[in-house]
Write a protein that binds this ligand. Structure first.
Ligand code: AP5
Ligand code: ZN
Length: 218
């Protein structure tokens, strides 16, 4: 099964991706996590991406498509995968379509901008795995430490309120049109079209997880 999780920054894509990926035993492909790994390793790609990410803008389609292509060639993707934060532009979605990478489900997690601003200030992440927590809404067992490795959690550099507002602006302009794109494709009756669903992303983590699992199991 191949699944795309759509949603604004902070909608909960990464949080839900962890559950879906383990439930269906498919790898999570988070382009954001891949870029942060490249930044940590200090690669030329990471250095180029850092400035763009810190400004809240999108990395070029060319770089992202190359990263995703390499990732999809790996053995663990043979039974499917879960895309988190990709595609993020119409051009990226078209590239997937043109490469005949069949997607079964597109799930949009819908959260309003005010709620997102609240969430981002409390987010903490384990950088090497991408595991995500929130100091109030989804705290780790031990404060400030990752549940699995016990390593310290950090705040993402692009989580300042100013950058979050910029990321939301970029989302509404460049990524939200994908909702219409996938809805129209499904309505066209094309048998290759993925099934599009939208879930309310403002309940508890558990409620949203159950809504998504209901869609994927039906
Ligand atoms: P990326 O890492 O993908 O960031 P994003 O899309 O902005 O999304 P986030 O990771 O911020 O949010 P999320 O939806 O995963 O929410 P989370 O689960 O963490 O991308 C970063 C940057 O990389 C981009 O700005 C861009 O520059 C670049 N990039 C990446 N992919 C790209 C692409 N394809 N093309 C071009 N550029 C690309 O949850 C947020 C917080 O809320 C957490 O603290 C969580 O614990 C909490 N939370 C989750 N669910 C709930 C809930 N139900 N109730 C309360 N709190 C909750
Ligand atoms: Zn994320």
């Amino acid at each position: 099964m191949r699944i795309i999780l759509l949603g604004a920054p902070g909608a909960g894509k990464g949080t839900q991706a962890q559950f879906i990926s383990s439930t269906f035993n498919i790898p999570q492909i988070s382009t954001g996590d891949m870029l942060r790994a490249a930044i940590n390793e200090g690669t030329p790609l990471g250095m180029e991406a850092k400035k763009i990410m810190d400004d809240g803008k999108l990395v070029s389609d060319e770089i992202i498509l190359e990263l995703v292509k390499e990732r999809l060639d790996r053995h663990d993707c043979k039974n499917g995968c879960l895309f988190d934060g990709f595609p993020r532009t119409i051009a990226q979605a078209e590239a997937l379509k043109n490469d005949s990478i069949k997607i079964d489900h597109v799930i949009d997690i819908n959260v309003n901008d005010d709620e997102i601003i609240k969430r981002m200030s409390g987010r903490r992440v384990h950088l090497s795995s991408g595991r995500t927590y929130h100091v109030l809404f989804n705290p780790p067992v031990r404060e400030g430490l990752d549940d699995v490795t016990g390593e310290p959690l950090v705040q993402r550099e692009d989580d300042s309120e100013q950058t979050v507002r910029k990321r939301l602006e970029v989302y509404h302009c460049q990524t939200a049109p994908l909702i219409d794109y996938y809805q129209k494709w499904e309505q066209s009756g094309d048998p290759e079209a993925p099934r599009f669903s939208s879930v309310n992303g403002t309940g508890s983590v558990e409620q949203i997880k159950n809504s998504i699992l209901d869609i994927l199991r039906s």
